[in-house]
Structure formats: structure tokens, C-alpha cells
Design a binder for this molecule. Sequence first.
Ligand SMILES: Cc1cc2nc3c(=O)[nH]c(=O)nc-3n(C[C@H](O)[C@H](O)[C@H](O)COP(=O)(O)O)c2cc1C
Length: 342
Amino acid sequence: MLKINVPIIQAPMAGGITTPELVAAVSNGGGLGMVGAGYLKPEALLQEIKAIKQLTDRPFGINLFVMKKPVVDQEKIDKTISILKRYREALSLSSDITEYSYVDYFDEHVQIILDEKIPVCSFTFGIPSNGTITRLKGNNTIMIGTATNVKEALINEEGGMDALVVQGSEAGGHRGSFLREDTSGNIGLMSLIPQVTDAVQIPIIAAGGIMDGRGLKASLLLGAEAVQMGTAFLTTSESGANPLYKKAILEASDDETVLTKAFSGKYARGLQNKFIEEMKEYEGLLPDFPIVNTLTGEIRKAAAVNEMTAYMSLWSGQSPTLAKAESVASLMKRVMEHDPFN
Ligand SMILES: Cc1cc2nc3c(=O)[nH]c(=O)nc-3n(C[C@H](O)[C@H](O)[C@H](O)COP(=O)(O)O)c2cc1C
């Protein structure tokens, strides 16, 4: 279906990580490179696509956020702005953010996918409208949804998705969940794959904590047809992640990740740091995703410039100790050559 030779999909990772070099290296290696387009302006997405096409003739995909329109609760926004003031001061940012603005480029992104004849499009946080699905189907774009439980999997299948990323609670970055926002029903990948496999007919792609051939083989054994790996690709030389971020993952221990709403307003898994720890008590007061993401944007950027990992979002899955500093080719070779039965 995806016209790939090895069952490895590089997770789309919005925020500058999925460089054209990363995406093309994965596709050239016989897997599927994916662009995390969630936060990209349309011109930037188009530029990335052109750059990738210069580097590979193999198929690659684009991932989009299907966002609910956030409730713009001015009281919550003002409160959050005042809570964030101390971080802005610590980073010598002017203390006067007064407004929240956010543009959802979803429709423009879909138009680019159609115009550029991108073969694969994946979605997270929900499924798109029937109109969008019909347009993409008409273009023969393979559509991949994301589910974190059986109910979400069934909705994706009924909605017309061709395949499904099944995201376990181990996964780094934002949870793709769209039916419930609390974390008490989170399901680990080993429980999730067989239950979703029994419930839907479409092929399943396993995601969450998979770093090597053991994770791949286990996922296939449980019923998945491929894996989607994020954290493992994040530390490769082709990834655009900040060097300090890569270093933090390479040095992290297994028990350092937490789920937090502090950076964006939606639960995501990352390495615990001062910002997450201090913001924990305010999580219930924060406005919707992606409003918080916009409000923390300058803090995250300034923290990276000032090399202060205490205030950076360091998304990581639960297996950081298995991450290596290596090339995409070396990672993919390692994953495919591993034989756990030998
Ligand atoms: C830094 C980072 C950014 C991510 N951004 C996205 C994204 O834009 N879209 C998406 O569908 N998933 C995103 N994810 C989640 C991945 O698709 C995948 O579920 C996750 O990486 C799997 O867990 P692992 O990191 O342990 O491999 C992101 C993950 C990370 C680590």
C-alpha cells in the first residue's frame, strides 16, 4: 500500500525536526519519511516538499493536525500570561504578551498535498471532514489516522482511513487522542495492538517506545504491519532537533519522561524539567490547545537560544536509553538486522 521495502515509518515530528534530509534519508532507505507539517506555514511546507523531492524519488508523507477550534477563554489566557511572566523575565523577554493569535492552515496544507501529489497523508488529533477525505481519496492519497484506543480506531476506520497508527501511552510528543483528554485511560502498546487488531480490518502501524529490532518484531507479532518511530529518529544526525535536546535524550534514564499539558494545553510526553514541574499546579487552569502552545512559543525559542533546557519542550518516548547518536542508515540497518530469536 505504501510502496515501501521495510516496515519502518519515521514519525512526523512537528517543530523543525523532520528536515528534508531526515525524511529523504528514511525514504531512500526503503522506509517512509514523514514531514510533521502541523505548525508549518503553507509556504514553508511547499519549500520542504520541493527540497525533499530534490533528495529522493521514493514516496514520503505529510502529517497534519486535525484541530478542534479552541475555546478562546480570555480569562484563562490572561491568567496563563501572568503565570508565564516569570519565565519571560528569566529569559529576558519583554513581559508584554497581551494577545493570542493562531491560524489553522489545515485547508491550505491539504491543497498543497493535492497539488504536489503527495502519496501519503497522516492525521493526528482527529479525523478530517468527509469533504477532505473524498478529495484526498480522489487524488489516490493513502490516508493514515491515529488512534490511542479501540473506539478511536473504529472511528478512523469508519471515517475511511486506509491505515492506522496505533499510539501507545509510551509515545513521545503529543497524544493523538481525540475522544478523551484525561490520562487515566491511557493504554500501553502491548495491550493496545492486539485489541485494535481484533477490532478493525485496516492495517495497523505501531507507535510508542519502539527503538530497535526487538520493538519492531514484537509489534509485528502482536498484529501490526509496520512501526512508526519518533524518538529513535530524533537523535539521528539528519534530524533537525536542537543539539541540546538530542543530548538530553541521549543522557536520559528510563523513568524521566512525564505527560504534561504545560507547554501546549494538550497532553504530551517529554523529559521532566523545571518548567513542567513548576507548571504542574496550573495545568487545570490552562486554556485549550493550541492556545497555550502559542503563549509558550517565545519562551521555548528563547530557552533554546540561551541553551536552557529547563524551559525547553524535550518530547521523548519512554525508551530514551535505547536512543543513539547515529545516521538514519545506521539506525535502519540496526532495526532490520536484529534477530531476537538468534
Ligand atoms: C518530538 C516529537 C514530535 C512529534 N510530533 C508529532 C506530530 O507532529 N504528528 C504526529 O502525528 N505525531 C507526532 N509525534 C508522535 C509520533 O508520531 C509517535 O507517536 C511517537 O514518536 C512514538 O513514540 P516514540 O517517540 O517513543 O517512538 C511526535 C513525537 C515526538 C517525539
